[in-house]
Structures are given as C-alpha cells and as structure tokens.
Design a binder for this molecule. Structure first.
Ligand SMILES: C[S@@+](CC[C@H](N)C(=O)[O-])C[C@H]1O[C@@H](n2cnc3c(N)ncnc32)[C@H](O)[C@@H]1O
Length: 277
C-alpha cells in the first residue's frame, strides 16, 4: 500500500469511528457510505466516469447529521423533505433514520444535482439501497414546493439547506410551512450566517413555531405548534442582524486522523504476521 493510500485508508477508518461514536445504530451500509464521503475527497457520481474531487464543506457535519438522525428517530418521522441535495450528506443521514420505518419516504429538491454535483448524491442513495421511497425533484425549490402544496403533500420533517440568502430562506420556509404538519420539525442549516439567523428571528417573532433545544450551534430546529392563524395585518418586529458572520465551524480535529493511522497500523501489523496475532 502506498503512503497516500495508507493515509487515506487511515482517515476513512478514523472517520468511521467518529461517525459510530456520534450515532450508534446506523446500518452498516450507511456507515460505509458516510465513512467514504467524510473520509475521502473523491466520490463517484451517476453523471461522470471515475471519481470526482468533492468540497466536503458543502455537506452537513457529522455532528449535525447525527443530530438530524436522532431528531427524526425520536419524533418518529416517516415523511421527510430537504431543500438542497448536493453530494447527499444530509440525505444519507436522513434515509438511514427512515430505513426501519414502513411506508417512509424522502424528497430531495435540487435543480443542480446532476449538472453541478455530477449525480454524486444520487449515487450515494443508490449505494444505500434501502427500501425507503426516495424522490429527487430536479427543480428550483419555489416550483417544487409549490407543486407539493398543490398536491396537498404532507411532511413531518423539513431540512432547509438551499440558497442561504435571507429572502430565499424565508421563501423556502414559507412554502415548506404549508406542507408541514403541526407537531412537525423544520431545521435550518448554517446558522453561522446572519441571513439565516435573521430569517429565523422573523419566524420566531411572527409564526407559531417553538425552538427544540439541541446542542448543534450551526442548526436551528423549530417545531410547528399549529397552523397559521394570524390576522391579515399581523406583524411583530424582529431582530435584523448586520452583515458580519460568526465563523464557520472548524473541520474535524487532526487527532481523529492520527487515531485512524494508529488503528490501520495495528490492522496491517496483524495481517502481515502469519497466523494473525
Ligand atoms: C449547501 S448545499 C446542500 C448540502 C446538502 N444538504 C448536504 O448536506 O450535503 C446547497 C444546495 O442547494 C442547491 N440549490 C441552489 N439553489 C436552489 C434552489 N433554488 N432550489 C433548491 N436547491 C437549490 C444547490 O444546488 C446546492 O446543492
């Protein structure tokens, strides 16, 4: 094994351990897929031959994925939807949370999945091979969500991680709210952006949603308490934050990678000695 491959393998093992630690009870295939996605820089997509270098910063962190998974399980979610599919990090966590439920389904909306992300998210969903009904809607969220509203679709969990400008977050929320059942959860990613924080300040001051406390600072989880019943001219002021951003969460610590290197050394040591131990 060459040095580069060795470090890569060690990294994948370390990340696998970290994922297991963050969320026990994942299906083995989910663990394998997530370890590859978080542990390597290159993934296969449906639209191109050979692996493609990915920007892992685009996907949700392991901590966030584990939290989304936990929330979906504890709220017995069966119908989930996400705006922003990309490489499918969030999708893989969400599909695993649904995989033991009967009649579960997941919808991912993204107009650029094949064009910009080479179908990498689609390839990961295929690798999981779960029986969960999965639909990718290749359209802008305004159209996709409006169509779902017209069809009277209902969901119990919505993950909003599309365009992060203030007005886009508000529009995604406004439309998602109309397909979200009371008692359902809506989760906002990238709370490090003041655009997202300001949008959620509006929601908390004006709409019937309450915060579900959870430890991931980069996400806000809200529970819908009832259908919208405001008067036609209702308005509460809300805090508008300035253009500065709090810093983006840091990448995983290097100690995790060195743990992986130690583990792979142990494994390789065992293999190279005749008779194992
Ligand atoms: C931050 S990425 C999503 C990451 C993904 N949730 C994950 O964890 O791997 C944002 C995604 O939003 C998509 N997007 C951009 N404009 C959109 C729109 N109008 N409607 C739906 N998705 C959109 C982009 O193509 C991109 O894939």
């Amino acid at each position: 094994m060459q040095h580069g491959q060795f470090v890569q393998k060690a990294n994948t093992i370390a990340i696998g351990d970290e994922i297991n630690l963050a969320c026990s009870g994942l299906h083995q295939r989910t663990l394998d897929v997530l370890a590859d996605m978080y542990g390597t820089d290159r993934c296969y997509g449906t639209e191109i031959h050979g692996p493609i270098t990915i920007n892992k910063n685009i996907g949700i962190s392991i901590e966030q994925g584990a939290r989304v998974h936990k929330l979906m399980r504890s709220y017995s979610v069966k119908r989930s939807l996400e705006v922003g599919f990309a490489y499918g990090f969030s999708t893989v966590w969400m599909l695993d949370a649904l995989q033991s439920r009967s009649n579960a389904f997941h919808v991912a909306i993204d107009p650029w999945e094949k064009h910009t992300f080479h179908g990498i998210g689609l390839a990961q969903v295929k690798r999981l091979g779960f029986g969960v009904r999965f639909e990718w809607i290749e359209n802008f969220s305004i159209h996709a969500l409006s169509d779902l509203i017209r069809k009277r679709a209902k969901f119990d969990f919505v993950f909003i991680d599309g365009i992060h400008r203030f007005d886009d977050v508000i529009v995604n929320f406004y439309l998602s709210d109309q397909i979200l059942q009371p008692g359902g959860l809506v989760v906002f990613d990238d709370m490090w952006l003041n655009s997202v924080r300001t949008a959620t300040n509006f929601i908390l001051s004006n709409r019937s949603y309450e915060v579900v406390p959870q430890p991931c600072e980069n996400m806000l989880v809200l529970r819908k308490t009832r259908h919208d019943n405001r008067d036609w001219d209702h308005f509460n002021s809300f805090e508008i934050l300035g253009p500065s951003k709090i810093s983006k969460p840091p990448p995983p610590p290097l100690s995790a990678i060195s743990n992986g290197i130690m583990r792979i050394r142990r494994v390789l040591g065992k293999i190279s000695r005749p008779g194992g131990r």
